[in-house]
Design a protein around this ligand. Structure first.
Ligand code: VG1
Ligand code: CO
Length: 543
C-alpha cells in the first residue's frame, strides 16, 4: 500500500466546540480542511499495532465523501482495520456501542447533530475514545494544538471502498469491515428493556408516533418499534434518511418538531409521541396534549429506574449538566445516591460513568442516557418511557403529575437567542461578569440574588479543571437564571438563558412554564441588558 505525504497549510479555526468541530459544509470542502483536522486527531493518538477505528455518521450531505477520505487516512496512519456502518451510517449512540462492543481503539463520528444539513448547511466531526465517549477536553485541546502546527497529512493510495455492501475489503495490512449499523444497537436495547411488556403495550390500544425527522434514527426506529416490538407502520413518521434531513432542522423540541407536536395536541391524538435529532442522541417525549421537559424526564426515569430490567438493582448515582434543572437532585436525595453537576456537554459524564459513580445522566437540551454507552441516547430514552408506562399502566401526564406531587415541580424553560453578531453576544456576557459584584443582595420583585458566579468544574476522577462554563445567578429561594454562549453553532453566536424556579404547591403544577416564569424572564432581560445590546426583542427558540 503506497502512502502519500501531502503538503498542507494550516487553518486557524479548527477548535472543537461542545461536541466536536462543526462548520459549514463549504468550509469542510476547502482543499485539505477535513484532512488537516483528521490528521490532527490521528497525531494525538498513540496507536498500538493493528488498532481498529469505528467510523460512521448521521447520513447528512458530505458524509460519504468524508468517509472515503478518512478510510484512506486511517490506513496511512497505521490503523489495521476500520469498522464502518453500511452506507456510512451510525447513530451517535450506536457508534458508541460499536466502539465498546468490539473494543475498538476509538471512533470518528460525522455529524453536526441537530444542525440542518445540505450543501449550504452544516457538517461536523468528532473523535470518541476507547470508552465510547466523546474525547475529553485535554484531547480536544491537543487536537486543536496539532491543527495549528500541521504541515502534511498522510493518505493511502487505495481505491474507494463500497460501503453499501456488508463484508470485508482487504488491502495489504489493512481491512475495511462494513457492518449492519442497526443490529448491534437493537440487540443492546432488547437486552436492557422488557420487550415483552412493551410489545404487549404497542400491539394493544396504546398508540405511539415517532418522528425520525428524516435523520439517522429512521432505520433504528423501524427495526426496534416495527420489527421487534410489533407497532403498526403508522407509528412512524419521517423515518427515511435524507442527505438534507428533508430540508428541516432535526432538533426534537417544541419549535422544530412542530409537526409531531401538532399531532399530539390534536383531537384523537396518540397516547405517546417522541422524536430524535440528526444523529440520534437527543429525544423529546410527549404525552397526549402534554410535553415532558428533558430535566423532568431525567428525574422521572431515575425515580422509576427499577421498573426497567437493566436497572432493576437500582442506579449507582446520577449526573446532570449545570443548566439542567435540579429535579433529578430531589430524586437522588430521596434514593440516597450521589448527584453530580457537570459543565454542558456529554464529554464530562464519561469519567463518572467509567468509575461507576453514575448510571444515569442528562442535559436539559433533550439529552438523556446511561452507562450502557458513553453518549446520550434518544431511542434508549423513548424505550425507558415505554417500559415505565408498560409497568405502571398510566398515561405520560399521570406519571409526570404524580412525580411532581411527590417531589415538587422544578419549573423550567430555556430561551435561545440565535445567530447574534459575536461581538454583541460577548458584550452581554462581559457586561454581566463585570456587574456580578454589585448584583449580590439586590432584589427584583419577589426575588433576591444570593450569589452570582461563573461555573467551573473540577473532574472528581482525574482532577481536570474547566472554567467559564456559564454565568449563574442564584436567588435566595433556590430559583436561578443561567446564561451561556452556545458552543455548537456555525453562524454568529447563540445566547442561551436557562430559567428555573421551584414550585412545591400542587395546585400550581398545571401552570404553563412561561406563565409561571414570567417575572423571572423579565429579570433576566433586565440584568443582562440583552435587548439593548443585541436589538432582539424576543428569543428565536423557547423550550
Ligand atoms: C448543545 C447543548 C448541549 C449538548 C450539545 C451537543 O450545546 O446545549 O447540552 O451537549 O449541544 O448536543 P451548546 O454548546 O450549543 O449549548 V448534540 O445532540 O448537538 O451532539
Ligand atoms: Co445530537
Amino acid at each position: 500500500m503506497r502512502i502519500n505525504h501531502i503538503n498542507t497549510t494550516l487553518f486557524s479555526d479548527q477548535k472543537p466546540g461542545t461536541s466536536g468541530l462543526r462548520k459549514k459544509v463549504r468550509v469542510f470542502q476547502q482543499v485539505h480542511y477535513l484532512e488537516n483536522f483528521v490528521q490532527s486527531i490521528f497525531d494525538t493518538l498513540e496507536l498500538p499495532k493493528n488498532a481498529t477505528l469505528t467510523l460512521g455518521g448521521d447520513g447528512r450531505f458530505y458524509n460519504c465523501v468524508a468517509i472515503q477520505i478518512i478510510i484512506k487516512m486511517a490506513a496511512a496512519n497505521g490503523f489495521g482495520r476500520v469498522i464502518v456502518g453500511r452506507g456510512g451510517i451510525l447513530s451517535t449512540p450506536a457508534a458508541s456501542h460499536i466502539i465498546r462492543k468490539y473494543q475498538t481503539f476509538g471512533g470518528i463520528i460525522l455529524s453536526a447533530s441537530h444542525n440542518p444539513a445540505g450543501p449550504d448547511d452544516d457538517f461536523g466531526i468528532k473523535y470518541n475514545t476507547a470508552n465510547g465517549g466523546p474525547a475529553p477536553e485535554k484531547i480536544t485541546e491537543a487536537i486543536f494544538a496539532k491543527s495549528k502546527l500541521i504541515s502534511e497529512y498522510k493518505l493511502a493510495e487505495i481505491a474507494d471502498v463500497n460501503i453499501d455492501k456488508l463484508g470485508e475489503t482487504r488491502f495489504d495490512g489493512f481491512c475495511v469491515q462494513v457492518i449492519d449499523p442497526v443490529c448491534d444497537y437493537a440487540d443492546l436495547m432488547a437486552s436492557m428493556f422488557d420487550f415483552v411488556a412493551i410489545k404487549k403495550l404497542l400491539t394493544g390500544n396504546f398508540n405511539i408516533k415517532f418522528d425520525g425527522m428524516y435523520a439517522v434514527t429512521g432505520p433504528y426506529a423501524k427495526e426496534i418499534f416495527i420489527n421487534r416490538l410489533g407497532a403498526p407502520e403508522s407509528s412512524l413518521m419521517n423515518c427515511g434518511v435524507s442527505e438534507t434531513f428533508g430540508g428541516g432542522h432535526p432538533d426534537p423540541n417544541l419549535t422544530y418538531a412542530h409537526d409531531l407536536v401538532d399531532i399530539l395536541y390534536a383531537k384523537g391524538a396518540p397516547d405517546f409521541g417522541a422524536a430524535s435529532d440528526g444523529d440520534g442522541d437527543r429525544n423529546m417525549i410527549l404525552g397526549k396534549g402534554f410535553f415532558v421537559t428533558p430535566s423532568d424526564s431525567l428525574a422521572i426515569i431515575a425515580a422509576n429506574a427499577t421498573l426497567i430490567p437493566a436497572y432493576k438493582r437500582g442506579v449507582a448515582g446520577v449526573a446532570r449538566s449545570m443548566p439542567t434543572s435540579g429535579a433529578v437532585d430531589r430524586v437522588a436525595a430521596k434514593l440516597n445516591i450521589p448527584c453530580y453537576e457537570t459543565p454542558t456537554g456529554w464529554k464530562f459524564f464519561g469519567n463518572l460513568m467509567d468509575a461507576d459513580k453514575v448510571t444515569l445522566c442528562g442535559e436539559e437540551s433533550f439529552g438523556t442516557g446511561s452507562s450502557h454507552v458513553r453518549e446520550k441516547d434518544g431511542l434508549w430514552a423513548v424505550l425507558c418511557w415505554l417500559n415505565i408506562i408498560a409497568a405502571r399502566q398510566q398515561s405520560v401526564e399521570a406519571i409526570v403529575m404524580a412525580h411532581w406531587a411527590e417531589y415538587g415541580r422544578n419549573v423550567y424553560s430555556r430561551h435561545d437567542y440565535e445567530n447574534i453578531p459575536t461581538d454583541a453576544a460577548n458584550s452581554v456576557i462581559e457586561y454581566m461578569r463585570e456587574n456580578f459584584g454589585a448584583m449580590t443582595g439586590k432584589s427584583y420583585g419577589r426575588y433576591t440574588i444570593k450569589t452570582c458566579d461563573d461555573f467551573s468544574y473540577t473532574d472528581p476522577i482525574d482532577g481536570s479543571f474547566s472554567s467559564k462554563q456559564g454565568l449563574r445567578i442564584l436567588f435566595t429561594d433556590g430559583s436561578r437564571i443561567v446564561f451561556r454562549l452556545s458552543g455548537t453553532g456555525t453562524e454568529g453566536a447563540t445566547i442561551r438563558i436557562y430559567l428555573e424556579a421551584f414550585e412545591p404547591d400542587t395546585s400550581k403544577h398545571h401552570l404553563d412554564a412561561q406563565d409561571a416564569l414570567a417575572e423571572m424572564i423579565q429579570i433576566a432581560l433586565q440584568i443582562s441588558q440583552l435587548k439593548e445590546k443585541t436589538s432582539r426583542d424576543k428569543p428565536t427558540v423557547i423550550t
